[in-house]
Design a protein around this ligand. Sequence first.
Ligand code: SAT
Ligand code: MN
Length: 590
Amino acid sequence: MDKLETLKIKNKELKEWLAEVIALTKPKDIVLCNGSEEEYNSLISEMLSKGILIELNQKEFPGCYLHRSDPNDVARTEHLTFICTDNKDEAGPTNNWMNTNEAKKMLFSLFNGCMKDRTMYIVPYLMGPKDSPHSQAGVMVTDSPYVVVGTRILTRMGNIALEFLENSRNFVKGLHSIGDLNPNRRFICHFPNERLIMSIGSNYGGNAILSKKCHALRIASVMGREEGWLAEHMLIIGIEEPDGRLNYITGAFPSASGKTNLATLKPPASYEGWKVWTLGDDIAWIHINSDGRLWAINPEAGFFGVVIGVNSKNNPIMLQTIKKNTIFTNVALKSNGTPWWEGMDGNVPSELIDWKGEKWKPNGERAAHPNARFTTPALQCPSLSSKFDDPNGVPISAIIFGARRANLTPLVFEAFNWEHGVFVGASMGAETTQAAVGKVGVVRRDPMAMLPFCGYNMADYFNHWLKIGSKCKNPPRIFHVNWCRRNKKGEFLWPGFSENIRVLKWIIQRINGEVDAIETPIGYIPKIEDLDLKGLSITKETIEELLYVDKEEWLEELKDVKRFFETFGDRFPKELWEQYNLTKERLIKA
Ligand code: SAT
Ligand code: MN
């Protein structure tokens, strides 16, 4: 307690909570993080000396380091992630649930004395721009220096948040310990009613950097429902045309499905004068503004993206961003001390150290982990929007839902209206990726790409979306995209990456009433002549295949959608059943 007094923390609630946490975890030392560069550098030095980080070639990658995870701890573990409430219905059928008291009993025993040989870092952080009415503070307590430096890159961390807290404002509490990294003793638990997160046994980004998925999505989604706003798994970009017209859009895609690539898209040479401005690559907090529109801020300050496939062709902007001050996790290492990953420019080196730290030869095994990541500051991103720090955020003209699907879903379609758009989002199905432990490439329902991140009953979440739209005089238009449709040979039909700007262009033209569209049972698709395909070697047949709506396949898909909707029972909004029935009728009639 003495040590706590010397920290001079003014927020009474914070002080009381820290006293409890200290009594429980019994740390050897306590450090209150101020967020300074000096503190960051000293944490880096300490981790280098302990082998937690490896210094990369400082000439080519200044300020860059490599972290190797425990091989058992390389992705989010959704089966070990829980929403803890008194009543299971509050969590709903899509979340793992634990009773509040039982969860606490179990966690208190796991956390008991867990820091006795470790330093406890108290990490205040701010989510959102400094003076935004929509920003929130959180305080994370952790025994992982890797998590502290990650949080420093991904949030506005330290004194800036303590100052925010001085007026005894509410904050989200997060207690994290690496524990013993044993998946049998790994739990990522959320107590939304107390704005509390307790996470133990993992040191992986989304499980351990509590500001990100735990606070900014699971806890914030509950706050959003109570307060009338949305916390979404969405990128935010501004698209500027040669004449200066600027439209902002948000996009929800499941983890590791190209959100970061779209957020940092560099238009191809034929799109001279076009610019994509980056505001966020993962999370958007969206509020109704007095102008009747939805406005979005990115609560984060950095990017935690998949590095596999980042190269000068697919994502030159991110490649440039991660050239300095970046922590690489689970990449391979070249003999010259630079990082390497599959899909990088150049030839595959004949020798590498793989992500586990072992000698690697080109033998078919991957050298970097498929979920290898970079943690990098947004301020380094050359396409960062000048509105990045704007307390009001940006007005949203369109929301894009995107799901990786080998077949079924057209390149792009537009919802008929807000309610139909909510149906499109709620019925989204996507192939699983390497961002979470489990089988990759299996289609599962992933509504609004929020399946792993919604902190409450998703039936209520859908209702909340419907309500937001009805309260908005001028809600954004809703679209669905699929960059990953394949032909019968299994080849991708669409080039993707920077060429996706062509689809964004159509979306903007639709928003501004500049192009017509073809009505199909699932929504509006582009007329082929309205898609700008100049300079692209793509046949008319391929485009037709990309836009094709297969009635039988969709009717099959609807069966799965129905099974999913039914899991919510009476709580499920009738408006979405109505949209389901209308879609089915249109398909049958087509
Ligand atoms: O959950 S993480 O933030 O670690 C990455 C992701 O799945 O989006
Ligand atoms: Mn994500």
